[in-house]
Each structure stands twice: as C-alpha cells, then as structure tokens.
Design a protein around this ligand. Structure first.
Ligand SMILES: C[S@@+](CC[C@H](N)C(=O)[O-])C[C@H]1O[C@@H](n2cnc3c(N)ncnc32)[C@H](O)[C@@H]1O
Length: 332
C-alpha cells in the first residue's frame, strides 16, 4: 500500500462541495491542506482552471500533498505555515513548497479579498497519528513531542502557566515539558481547560508521580489513574489527556481564534468559509465568531446548526463521527 492509500480519508467532502458550489476559475484557500483530499476534490470540481492555495503547519504532510496534487500543476500553491499567520503566509511570508507555484506578483495568493472559498479541516490527520516519531497515538513509543510543525510566532496561550513555562524554557513547551515542568495543579488546569477532563486532578497526580517519557507510558499512566469503565468504555481513557496536551502544545484554540478573522478578510464578497471541527471547544469558537460576523451584518451564517456526517460516511470513516461543519458567506 502506498502512503497515499493508507493516508487520511477526507471528511464530509460532499457537504463541503455542496456548500461551496464551486465553479471553474474559483479559488480555494485551504488552511489545513493535510494530504490534499479536500483540495483534490475541489480541483476536480473546478477544472480546468480552478486553483487552490494550501497551507499546513506540518512540512511532512505538505510533501505528501505535493505528490498527490502534482497532476494539477500550477493550479496548486502550497505553503508551509501555521494558519495563525494566514495573511502573512499568503502574501509572501510562508515557505512555498518546491513543486507548488512560487508566490509572484501575479499569484492569486497575493491579494486579500480574492478567495472564493476557504476551508479549515481542524485538528490532527491520520498521517500524524500514524507518524511514529511525535507521540500523537496511545501506542507510540516515541517521546512526548506532539508538535505539528515549527512554532515560531504562535499566539500566547490562554493559560498563563503555559506562557510562564515558555518564558522559562525560551521556546514553546512540548508535551513532555508540560507534563514534567508544570506544577500538578497547573497540569490539572491544562487538562480541564483543553479537554473538560473530569478526572484532571487524579490524572495530573499520576503523571507527576510516574513522569512518563513516551506516549504509550503516558496512556498507561492515565488508564491506571481513572476509574474502571471510564466514559463507559466508549473512548480510550487517555483520549482527553492526549487532546488537551496536543491543544496546549500547538495552541490550537488560540491559533483558531487568530486564523478565522484573517480567513474572513481574505475572502472575496460572496465568498464562503467552512470550518470542520471535531470537539466542542473548537466548535464553540467557530460558532461565536460566525455569530459575531452575522450580528455585524457582514456575514450570513449558512448553518443554523452544524452539519454532521451521514450514517453511511460514519460507517466507512469513523473519524467523521464527531465532525461538525459550519459555514458562513461574506456579504461585503
Ligand atoms: C484533518 S487534517 C486535514 C486533512 C485534509 N483536509 C485532507 O483532506 O487531507 C488537519 C491538518 O491541519 C494541520 N494543522 C493543524 N493545525 C494547524 C495550524 N494551526 N496551521 C496550519 N495547519 C494546521 C495539520 O498539520 C493537519 O495536516
């Protein structure tokens, strides 16, 4: 099996295309291009001349996207950047992947307000879960890094202990730094804030006591700290802890709050922004931002309630089970 075949199955592609209703010549800003699944579907739908500008914080994912989207030639521009710096990235500040067209004066990526569509498909891709060296998955024996990519210039964390830790370290803390260096109460606060973990105190206590250094050891320590029958066995007991650490390491909520207004600004009039999120903390940020745009009269919310995946899709792609899709149209 090739990497691409094993790779990420894009979520809610039909729903995305229906809401975008893209036409030839349209231009997508894909803020989380990942392995290029949504991007490829968009390029097909907008043939022969629709274009995409695809961003990803993860250079490894971008390299795969480049391979996958190679057949679309200069209809594709790929940029290695965090979407917290979306505007800078598309106006020339990001690193353009070789194989993507370069950002020259004539590039569609240059001018704000040109994009017909923008997509955020949030969180972690299966390519990252499968990568053996970053500690994203419960079974990984890798060190506890959990970084998507380079982290310069990310917004401050909403939790002060994480900002103080960053100052002390001189760099953004990775998962190991957070588990090891924060005080137990601060660690519990991270777990509660970024995953609503009910057993945050018990888990933080166990992690301080056991000081796991690999992802599998972390998962085991959490499983032993929580009561039997955690969440009635529906999820692995360490799911929330891993989510919280990943969100804290990558400042996921903070980068989302920073990225959405930039994306909205980059949209053309009547352009559509879609966000697919996978947990309530992200969805709340999207919902509130869309509501604020609508109240100001500059956006028309296209989803009163979030759209969800069909039963058929969930059956073949379990990751789509928790997907929530929201869309907004820019009015002016
Ligand atoms: C769920 S995957 C996207 C999959 C993609 N839609 C596809 O069809 O293959 C999410 C991607 O977003 C990237 N990502 C997460 N947070 C990011 C951020 N703040 N800035 C840029 N990329 C980010 C991850 O590296 C990952 O590749």
């Amino acid at each position: 099996m090739t990497t691409l075949e094993e790779g990420h199955v894009p979520v809610m592609v039909d729903e995305v295309l229906t809401m975008f209703a893209p036409r030839p010549g349209d231009l997508l800003l894909d803020a989380t291009v990942g392995l290029g699944g949504h991007a490829a579907a968009y390029l097909e739908a907008t043939a022969p001349d629709g274009q995409i500008v695809g961003l990803d914080a993860d250079a490894t994912a971008l390299a795969t996207a480049r391979e996958r989207l190679n057949e679309y030639g200069d209809r594709v521009t790929l940029i290695n950047s965090n979407y917290a710096r979306l505007k800078d990235a598309v106006t020339g500040g990001g690193i353009v992947e070789p194989g993507g067209s370069s950002l020259q004066q004539s590039s569609p990526a240059e001018s704000p307000g040109l994009y017909t569509h923008c997509l955020f498909d949030l969180g972690i891709g299966s390519h990252q879960l499968a990568s053996s060296d970053r500690g994203f998955s419960f079974k990984s024996t890798a060190p506890l890094t959990m970084r998507y990519g380079a982290q310069e210039g990310l917004p401050a964390a909403q939790l002060q202990p994480l900002n103080y830790l960053e100052q002390r370290l001189g760099h953004l803390p990775d998962a190991q730094d957070i588990v090891e260096r924060l005080h137990k109460d601060e660690l519990a606060l991270v777990l509660r804030t970024y995953s609503d973990e009910r057993f945050s105190n018990r888990i933080a206590g166990a992690l301080k006591h056991r000081t796991p250094r690999t992802a599998d050891a972390l998962a085991e320590a959490v499983a032993e700290a929580v009561p039997r029958g955690y969440e009635r066995g529906r999820i692995h007991p360490a799911t929330r802890t891993f989510q919280a650490l990943r969100l804290a390491v990558n400042r996921e909520l903070e980068t989302l709050s920073a990225g959405l207004p930039q994306a909205f600004e980059l949209l053309a009039k009547d352009g559509v922004l879609i966000v697919i999120s996978f947990h309530s903390l992200e969805d709340r940020i999207v919902k509130q931002y869309f509501r604020e745009r609508s109240k100001r009269g500059v956006g028309e919310v296209l989803t009163k309630r979030p759209d969800t995946a069909t039963v058929a899709e969930i059956a073949i792609n379990p990751r789509s089970r928790s997907a929530k899709l929201r869309g907004i149209r820019k009015k002016e």
